[in-house]
Design a protein. Structure first.
Length: 416
């Protein structure tokens, strides 16, 4: 019955310790979890963790996760084993002053106190004042008191009085306290100085990295705006050239082309300088452009769209599809005497959004180098999506070219 109660108490104690560990780790990982900590001493300890800097909390979290559970018990066991060996060495060196139990208890008390103090200094270095005379005296006093407590416990275990123990090893305890205190003060100051310098260096590195990220973002945005500025006149001048050509040779059709051009410009003005547009808006712009080209090319140009309703509100960088269509007109449809057809298709799976522009024009071989339009488009995709964005060219049968865009669905937004 007694064994069962002891087992129950042990399991309860282990469960309480694990819950407290989980609580501390949650607060270190995210300080907002302090609101869920039980009021009392646990809340006060959690508040001290919250008051740490983000760097200190991260370091404490890494330490706590590394030595949680059996790794921590193993490290503690190693420390106790080393202290026991030192206690044995102390007993063998001074057998008349230290019994075996006495030496082992004293050495373990001093060792555990030093380890606990070292951990305290290691993770509270930002709040530790410079080591001075008063601090040195306090440390020596605490070390001596610890040795005294340990020796008193061992004397009690051996059945001897504390007075007898002090008469026999009192000077030795004071000397040990002075030595341990001095050693700890030096360690205390050295660790504090080193950790503060490490903290300042890490803080400077993080600030520098944040500044580099900010500048990189600004550079990417500037390059995107520059690429768009290069693309806009390209479309406009091509279309105005078509108007001029028809006005010189086929004036009746020039009026239709001018009307379609006005529609195209109205659709494009609001989108050309917008970083993100919906697929539906992009398709309206592409349709307006193709109507302009249809007026010029007549029956040599046919086109069709496939845009699922559930993808219409997805957003992409402005003029991506328009660039692909303009490229298909310039290099596929216009060079072919018979003209051709352009199909614009959009679909998606669980990982990516796919945009395909396929023409049945004059293309019979893949280009060895990309033109200005596709080069700019590829760079814009890289700036917007990194390596997750892909541009692929494939030949079609019997002639023509298919250009496919693959964009990561996780980074493709959606308009309400």
């Amino acid at each position: 019955m007694a064994a069962t109660q002891e087992d129950t108490m042990l399991r309860t104690l282990i469960q309480w310790h694990r819950e407290w560990e989980d609580e501390i780790l949650e607060v270190l990982r995210n300080p907002v979890h302090i609101a869920t900590v039980t009021p009392g001493y646990r809340r006060r300890i959690a508040q001290r963790l919250v008051d740490l800097t983000s760097i200190e909390r991260r370091q404490a979290y890494e330490f706590a996760t590394k030595y949680r559970g059996w790794p921590g018990y193993a490290a503690l066991g190693k420390l106790v084993a080393v202290m026991c060996m030192l206690g044995l060495a102390l007993h063998l060196s001074f057998p008349s002053k230290f019994g075996l139990t006495e030496a082992v208890v004293v050495s373990n008390t001093l060792g555990l106190a030093t380890a606990l103090g070292w951990v305290g200094v290691w993770f509270n270095y930002r709040r530790i004042p410079p080591v001075g005379f008063l601090s040195f005296v306090k440390v020596v006093a605490l070390a001596t008191a610890g040795a005294l407590v340990g020796a008193s416990v061992s004397a009690y275990v051996d059945g001897r009085s504390v007075a007898e123990m002090m008469e026999r090893i009192g000077r030795t305890l004071l000397f040990a306290g002075l030595c341990i205190g001095s050693f700890y003060s030096v360690l205390y100051g050295a660790v504090s100085i080193w950790r503060n310098r490490e903290h300042e260096l890490l803080t400077a590195q993080l600030e520098m990295q944040a500044e580099q990220d900010r500048l990189a973002l600004q550079l990417s945005e500037s390059r995107l705006r520059l690429l768009q500025a290069q693309i806009e006149p390209h479309f406009l001048f091509n279309t105005l050239g078509a108007v001029q050509q028809l006005a010189q040779h086929e004036s009746p059709r020039a009026a239709d082309l001018t009307a379609n051009l006005i529609t195209f410009l109205r659709a494009s003005l609001s989108d050309m300088r917008t970083e993100q547009v919906s697929l539906q808006a992009e398709m309206h712009l592409v349709e307006a452009y193709l109507k302009v080209m249809k007026t010029r090319l007549g029956p040599r140009l046919e086109f069709a769209f496939q845009l699922p309703t559930d993808l219409a509100t997805r957003t992409i960088p402005g003029m991506l599809v328009l660039t692909l269509v303009e490229n298909a007109i310039k290099h596929g449809i216009e060079p072919a005497l018979r003209g051709g057809r352009i199909d614009i298709k959009v679909h998606a799976d669980t990982h990516a959004l796919y945009i395909e522009v396929e023409d049945s024009g004059a293309g019979q071989t893949l280009p060895t180098t990309l033109g200005v339009g596709l080069t700019n488009l590829k760079e814009r995709i890289a700036l917007a999506y990194g390596t997750l964005g892909q541009l692929e060219l494939q030949l079609c049968e019997p002639t023509g070219l298919r250009v496919s865009l693959q964009l990561p669905l996780s980074r493709v937004g959606s308009m309400p």
